[in-house]
Ligand binder design. Structure first.
Ligand code: DAH
Length: 342
């Protein structure tokens, strides 16, 4: 191989060894293969000037060099590109084995679950679920329920007034009146909902709590129907052994009136921490709808009779879920509420 060609090949090999990236490779290509000032092209142009007897060998050597330079550049380019791609893949790598962030599932509030259980039991017994406003007039909250102005019950249920005649309802009994105004007997309704009283909060009192009202009006309804209905409710809620007990009591809108207790679901009447040794737990008030209340909504008490009851939902939830302070139910502390997921 002519010395000139040999020298250029060596120079190219040295240069090639120093190339570390694609930019340097491109510069090297220009240096050797550039159309205008490329070193290999300078040799090609020289071929014509070489003496004829050496021209053939020279030309062949230059051609071989040209092929060698081209294939070397090409090989290195492929190598550098593969390397650059591998580097990029490594840099942008995503670790799919890392555990993701699980979404936190919500669940129903213990009061809501309790309310739904109560609704299911009564709906299965043929009751419909009614609703009424939480902001009420004194008429629905008191007068229509046989609690006239000056009646001690008006003070007993310390009321949160919004104006002289409008207040937050203190009892769901308001829905009895609203329903009987709208619909004629036979009626079988329950009305679960919020009620409000000016109570000082303590472990068993909160200014807002939940009641469920019940009302049945039809021909020939008597106390036996009331007892049977609440007994069946208690049995379905607390189990087949649960018993009820009725104690005479006074509520202006029923006559006779009673308070109903059920046998403690934990000790079955033996006396324990949950029932505070009594063996019985208070469920709520009940009675036969007062004739005055029926007459007030245009129902003839000679033709129709009815029973009503009002039960505390919070207390039932607290007992069933083992909550010793009902205020916890309303603080929306998820650390507390999370315990009552399904
Ligand atoms: N409304 C009463 C209260 O909040 C509870 C009550 C007692 C409701 C007797 C009734 C009933 O329907 O018949 O204390």
């Amino acid at each position: 191989m002519p010395e000139q060609v040999e020298t250029l090949k060596k120079q190219f090999q040295t240069d090639l060894a120093g190339v570390k990236d694609l930019a340097a490779l491109s510069a090297l290509r220009d240096k050797y293969m550039g159309r205008k000032s490329g070193l290999v092209h300078a040799l090609i142009k020289q071929i014509g000037r070489v003496p004829p007897e050496e021209r053939r060998a020279f030309g062949q050597a230059v051609n071989e060099l040209k092929t060698y330079v081209e294939s070397s550049l090409e090989r290195l380019r492929a190598e550098l590109e593969a390397h650059a791609q591998a580097e990029q893949l490594e840099r942008e790598r995503v670790d799919i084995t890392l555990p993701g962030l699980r979404p936190r599932f919500g669940h129903l509030h213990p009061i809501t679950r309790m309310r739904q259980r109560i609704e299911d039991i009564f709906v299965a017994m043929g009751y419909t679920v009614e609703d009424g406003p939480e902001v009420e007039t004194s008429f629905y909250n008191f007068d229509a329920l046989n609690i006239p102005p000056g009646h001690p019950a008006r003070e007993a249920q310390d009321t949160l007034y919004l104006s002289s005649d409008i207040a937050l309802r203190t009892q769901t009994s308001t829905v009895q009146i609203r329903t009987m105004e709208r619909r004629r007997p036979p009626l079988r309704i329950i009305a679960p909902g919020k009620v409000f009283r000016r109570d000082t909060p303590d472990p068993t009192h909160n200014p807002m709590f939940y009641q469920v009202e019940g009302l049945t009006v039809d021909r020939n309804i008597h106390m036996g129907h009331l007892k049977g209905t609440l007994q069946e409710f208690v049995r379905r809620m607390f189990g087949p052994d649960a018993k009820t007990r009725f104690r005479p009591s006074y509520f202006p809108f029923v006559e006779p009136g009673a308070e109903v207790d059920y046998s403690c679901f934990l000790c079955r009447g033996q006396g324990c921490r949950v029932c505070k040794g009594a063996g019985w737990i208070e469920l709520g008030g009940c009675g036969m709808v007062h004739p005055k209340v029926l007459r007030g909504v245009g129902i003839d008490p000679e033709e129709f009779t009815g029973f009503a009851f009002g039960l505390g939902i919070d207390r039932m939830a607290a007992l069933i879920y083992g909550i010793d302070d009902i205020r916890l139910l309303y603080e929306n502390d998820t650390r507390f509420l999370e315990q009552f997921g399904l």
